[in-house]
Design a binder for this molecule. Structure first.
Ligand SMILES: [Zn+2]
Length: 248
């Protein structure tokens, strides 16, 4: 079910075991070839497909397009919340729906910069409301195996406007990909480091990071289906009711 399309009386009548699915993204630069809304489009695309497959178990909110994207602000058009402001928005969405007696929430994230704030926000909520079932995950986590299998470039993970993310956009929104502008991009520190916090114009010339020239719609379809199947499985588990048993 799609929250934005419902009336309040239709929402009031819902089973409160329904899993609230909250897609989170960003409005941030994605290189020269992908639109600013990419992360939101992909997180919402995965969540929508999940909703279509198991509609009675899902209540999907609109995609949250204002992310924690301060590290991309040196590129024109990027809009960002502060980390605290982003946490407050996610908290407000969950607290609002918890007030309406929903108690199962899954944040499906499309922007890496939201991962830490999602964790901070949900941990704080859980400490105050231990009755809530709260989860957050990057949709792409469920596509890791598929990504590693179909990527032709040396990078076998998802980066930013890269082979994997560009492939997903070619599958879901081919009209929004500037195929004539595809390029491989990404800068490393010299000497090598592993610890630095970076602004994105320090690690990329045009804003992308990865081998976008190798992207294709068919790779995108494979990755997308894996991600949707993974999120469906997560929702099914939460909907069934998770209990902690034995020792692992
Ligand atoms: Zn992205």
């Amino acid at each position: 079910m799609i929250l934005a399309d419902m009336t309040w009386k239709e929402v009031e009548a819902l089973d409160r075991n329904t899993v609230v699915l909250i897609p989170t993204g960003s409005l941030e630069q994605h290189g020269a070839h992908l639109p600013l809304l990419t992360d939101t489009l992909l997180a919402t695309g995965v969540a929508s497909a999940v909703e279509q497959r198991i509609p009675s178990k899902v209540l999907m909110t609109p995609g949250v397009w204002l992310g924690a994207s301060g590290h991309h602000l040196n590129f024109a058009g990027t809009c960002s919340a502060s980390v605290a402001g982003y946490c407050e928005a996610i908290t407000a969405i969950i607290e609002s729906l918890a007030r309406h007696r929903f108690h199962r929430f899954l944040v499906v994230n499309g922007h890496g910069g939201n991962n830490s704030p999602n964790d901070v926000a949900l941990r704080a909520l859980k400490e105050k409301n231990s009755n809530l079932t709260l989860g957050h995950v990057g949709y792409y986590v469920y596509g890791e195996k598929a990504i590693a299998e179909v990527m032709e470039g040396p990078d076998k993970g998802i980066q930013h406007a890269c082979e994997a993310e560009t492939s997903l956009m070619m599958h879901l929104h081919p009209d929004k990909v500037r195929t004539s502008l595809l390029r491989n991009d990404g800068l490393r520190t010299d000497p090598p480091t592993k610890s630095l916090v970076k602004m994105w114009d320090e690690v990329s010339e045009e804003g992308s990071l990865g081998y976008a020239t190798l992207a294709s719609a068919s790779k995108g379809k494979t990755i997308f289906e894996a991600c949707v199947a993974g999120v469906v499985g997560e929702v099914e588990a939460i909907h069934q009711g998770v209990v902690y048993v034995g020792i692992f």
